[in-house]
Design a protein around this ligand. Structure first.
Ligand SMILES: [Mn+2]
Length: 298
């Protein structure tokens, strides 16, 4: 801990006693736009050396260790086949750690994440909340099977009440009227990217956390395509008109400070789409902000 460049890589350990757990979920199949989101867990590990632990604003140095539980072996599996091993990995990590980082993979990992969280606590889905930072509702039909465009629909069909779902960052011209009306009719909290731009990330996340506070546990889905494409080119679904990088990071940090937030996923990052290191450095910054929020827990 006395190195000249204290960085996030120092905090990645193989210690079951660490407060935070890391579950790699390199799920690349079943995406609306085929890509290589399966490369993201490795790309995130590789960039950690470049992210310092010292925050010049607060004067604090991140010290929370993260137990790298490795990547769940998913090669060649469909999303349906991958669901059980991902669900078990998230449940085991949630039992062992106060917070679990579920590093996708495409957005289909969110459903096993929520199911594993409920398993770990031994509660029904009616006791679990879901917050999505996502440009999309992810309410596509499940008739053709599971995909990265329907995890929220699938969870509703599993029994997750719509009133337990808060969706932040919905992008203009990236969703259909039917999905929007479906979300509202189901009782979701719906805040668009423009709502966040006008009122701030704290305003948005505070509403979501206040609504879900009575529940037992919450999963935050960080679909990285919520960020404006100019600031995160490495997401196949990202468009112009998305959240600013700073609003995204602030929202993630605020959520991580909330003790009932037990799982945070990072999804839809395809490292090959960004020939620069902008997306990787932003993903690394996300981990720093999540750990910073975690260290603010009472
Ligand atoms: Mn999504």
């Amino acid at each position: 801990m006395t190195s000249a460049w204290p960085n996030l890589d120092d905090l990645l350990t193989r210690d079951e006693g660490a407060p935070v757990g890391w579950v790699g979920a390199p799920l690349g199949t079943g995406s609306v736009t085929p890509g290589r989101c399966d490369l993201a867990p490795g790309a995130l590990r590789a960039v950690l050396r470049r992210i310092g632990r010292y925050d010049v604003d607060s004067g604090k140095e991140l010290a929370t260790t993260v137990n790298d539980r490795g990547d769940v072996v998913l090669e060649g599996l469909t999303i349906e086949q991958a669901t059980a091993p991902l669900r078990e990995a998230v449940a085991a990590s949630t039992v062992a750690h106060q917070l679990t980082l579920l590093i996708g993979g495409n957005n289909a990992v969110t459903r096993p994440g929520v199911l594993g969280l409920a398993d770990a606590l031994g509660v029904p889905l009616t006791r679990v909340g879901l917050i999505t930072l996502d440009a999309h509702f992810d309410l596509r039909s499940t008739e053709g099977g599971l995909g990265n465009g329907n995890p929220v629909r699938a969870l509703r069909e599993d029994g997750l009440p719509g009133t337990n779902i808060c969706q932040i960052g919905l992008a203009p011209y990236a969703n259909s009227r039917v999905m929007h009306e479906d979300a509202l009719a189901g009782g979701h909290l719906v805040l668009t990217a423009n709502d966040v731009r006008e009122n701030g990330a704290a305003w948005a996340m505070d509403q979501a956390l206040a609504r879900l506070e009575p529940l037992d546990a919450i999963l935050l889905d960080c679909d990285i395509d919520v960020i404006d494409r100019s600031q995160f080119p490495g997401a196949p679904g990202a468009r112009a008109g998305g959240l600013s990088n700073l609003d995204f990071l602030e929202a993630a940090k605020l959520a991580a400070a909330f003790p009932k937030l037990r799982v945070i996923d990072l999804t839809e990052w395809d490292p090959l789409l960004d020939p620069t290191d902008l997306s990787a450095l932003t993903a690394g910054g996300w981990l720093a902000e999540v750990l910073s929020g975690f260290e603010e827990r009472p």
